[in-house]
Design a protein around this ligand. Structure first.
Ligand SMILES: [Zn+2]
Length: 427
C-alpha cells in the first residue's frame, strides 16, 4: 500500500481544534501531515462526506479472556472499525478479570497483533472484581491501563471505593464506575415502573443507580480522584452530576444510545434484547439524558457493546444476561436521532465521540492536528439505510435495532496505516 494518502473534498470537523470547513488532509506513514509535503500521492475523493477524528468508544466488552464464544478481540475490533470507532476501551469484567498488570499487558500484546483498531484496556478496581481488596492500581497504570473500573458491578462498600479512589488519585488515573447498589437492584431485571408491573417482572428502582452516583461524588470530592460515571440512565443521576460539576468537582459522565433512544416500553416489544444494566427507564429520564448532552453535563456517548450468545439470551427475562451489542448501530442512530432531529450540531455530536472521551482517558487522541496518528472516521451524514443486524461484524446478534431506518452512516475508518472502507463506498 502507498504510504501517502490525500483525503480531498470532505467537510472536515475537528472539534478539539475548533475547525469545521473544507480542507484536504494529508497522511504519511499513518500520521497526519501538511498536504503540501506529500509527493506521489494517492487521493481519496470524499466530496459530500464528513471527515472527523477517529471516534473513541469508552465502553466496550471484547470478552477476552474467557468468554470468546460471545466476542473476541478480532471480531469486536472489526465491529468497532465498521461502526466508525478507531479506539475502544475494553472493560475488565472478563474471565478471569483483568485485575493485575501481567494479564493487562498480555491483553494489550494480543490486541496489538489481532486488533483492527486501537485497544485500550481498563484495569479492575478490586481483585477478581469481588469488591473487597483494591488492586495494584499504580501497577495497572504502568502496564497501560488509562482508567480503572469494576464495570458490571461496583464495590458495595464505600470504604473500599474510597481506598481505591485514594490509590487512583495517587497514581494519577481516573476511576470510572458502573453505579449500581446490588441490594437495591436485585432481583430486578428491568426498570421498576408501570411497565414492569404490567409485565409482572421484578424492577430495579432509580435509587439503585443514584445512591452510588451520590456516594461516588462525595468520595471524589474528599479524595480528589478523577471520577467518570458510566452509562447513566436516570434523571436524578444527571442532576447530581450537573451539581457536582457546578461545584468544580472533577466528575464526568457518559450515556449510551439505548438510554437515549429507548424507554422501558421497549421491554414489551424487544423482550430480553431490551434487558440492560442499568435498565431502560422512562420518558422523563430519556429527556433528562438528552438535556445532559445538550448542556454539556454528559461529555461522551459510549456504546456499552455487550455481546452475548443467542443461547444465553434465550434463557428468558429472569436468567438472560444484561446488555446488547452496540458498536455498529451507535453512530447511525446518533446521526439520525440527535443530528437530524436538531438536538445537536454535527460538531457537537462528533465532540461526544472524540473530545469527551479524550478528556476522560487523559490521552492525546481524538484530534486531526498535524503530527497526530491518522485515526479518521468518515461519515456520509445523509445516506439513508436500515440497520441489518445480520451484517454485523460482531460475533453476537443481541440487538433490538433490526430494520431501524437511519439517516447518516459510517463509510470508513482509517486507523493509522490501515483502511476500512464500506463496500458501497464509491470514489
Ligand atoms: Zn456497566
Amino acid at each position: 500500500m502507498n504510504d501517502e494518502l490525500l483525503l480531498v473534498g470532505a467537510r472536515v470537523i475537528d472539534p478539539l481544534n475548533a475547525f469545521d470547513g473544507l480542507r484536504d488532509i494529508g497522511i504519511r506513514d499513518g500520521v497526519i501531515v501538511d498536504p503540501a509535503t506529500l509527493h506521489a500521492v494517492e487521493r481519496l475523493n470524499l466530496k459530500g462526506k464528513v471527515v472527523a477524528p477517529g471516534f473513541i468508544d469508552l465502553h466496550v466488552h471484547l470478552r477476552y479472556p474467557g468468554q470468546t464464544h460471545k466476542e473476541d478481540i478480532r471480531s469486536g475490533t472489526a465491529a468497532a472499525a465498521a461502526g466508525g470507532f478507531t479506539t475502544v476501551l475494553a472493560m475488565p469484567n472478563t474471565v478471569p478479570a483483568v485485575d493485575n498488570p501481567a494479564l493487562l499487558a498480555d491483553v494489550l500484546r494480543k490486541a496489538a497483533t489481532e486488533g483492527a483498531v486501537h485497544v485500550l484496556q481498563a484495569g479492575a478496581l478490586t481483585v477478581g472484581r469481588q469488591g473487597e481488596e483494591v488492586t495494584d492500581i499504580a501497577g495497572l497504570k504502568a502496564a497501560g491501563a488509562p482508567v480503572v473500573t469494576d464495570d458490571g458491578s461496583t464495590p458495595q462498600q464505600a470504604a473500599v471505593m474510597r481506598q481505591a479512589m485514594i490509590a487512583a488519585a495517587a497514581a494519577g488515573i481516573a476511576v470510572i464506575d458502573h453505579c449500581e447498589d446490588t441490594n437495591l437492584a436485585r432481583p430486578g431485571v428491568m426498570h421498576d415502573g408501570a411497565v414492569a408491573r404490567e409485565l409482572g417482572l421484578p424492577g430495579q428502582p432509580r435509587s439503585a443507580e443514584e445512591v452510588i452516583v451520590a456516594r461516588d461524588i462525595v468520595l471524589a470530592a474528599e479524595t480528589g480522584c478523577r471520577l467518570h460515571l458510566q452509562h447513566l440512565s436516570s434523571a436524578g443521576s444527571v442532576a447530581m452530576l450537573r451539581l457536582a460539576q457546578q461545584q468544580g468537582l472533577p466528575v464526568t459522565g457518559e450515556v449510551c444510545p439505548h438510554h437515549l433512544f429507548l424507554t422501558d416500553e421497549a421491554c414489551r416489544t424487544f423482550g430480553v434484547n431490551a434487558k440492560m444494566a442499568p435498565p431502560l427507564r422512562e420518558e422523563a429520564d430519556r429527556q433528562a439524558l438528552i438535556e445532559g448532552l445538550r448542556d454539556g453535563t454528559l461529555c461522551a456517548i459510549a456504546s456499552d457493546h455487550a455481546p452475548h450468545s443467542a443461547e444465553e439470551k434465550a434463557a428468558g427475562w429472569n436468567k438472560a444476561p444484561f446488555g446488547i451489542v452496540g458498536l455498529e448501530a451507535a453512530v447511525p442512530l446518533c446521526l439520525t436521532e440527535l443530528y437530524h432531529r436538531g438536538v445537536l450540531t454535527l460538531s457537537q455530536l462528533i465532540a461526544l465521540f472524540t473530545v469527551g472521551p479524550r478528556k476522560v482517558l487523559g490521552l492525546p487522541i481524538g484530534s486531526l492536528a498535524l503530527g497526530a496518528t491518522a485515526d479518521v472516521t468518515i461519515l456520509d451524514p445523509d445516506a439513508e439505510h436500515s440497520i441489518s443486524v445480520e451484517s454485523f461484524a460482531s460475533r453476537s446478534r443481541n440487538c433490538p435495532y433490526e430494520g431501524w431506518k437511519c439517516r447518516g452512516k459510517v463509510v470508513g475508518t482509517l486507523v493509522g496505516n490501515t483502511r476500512f472502507l464500506s463496500a458501497d463506498y464509491a470514489d
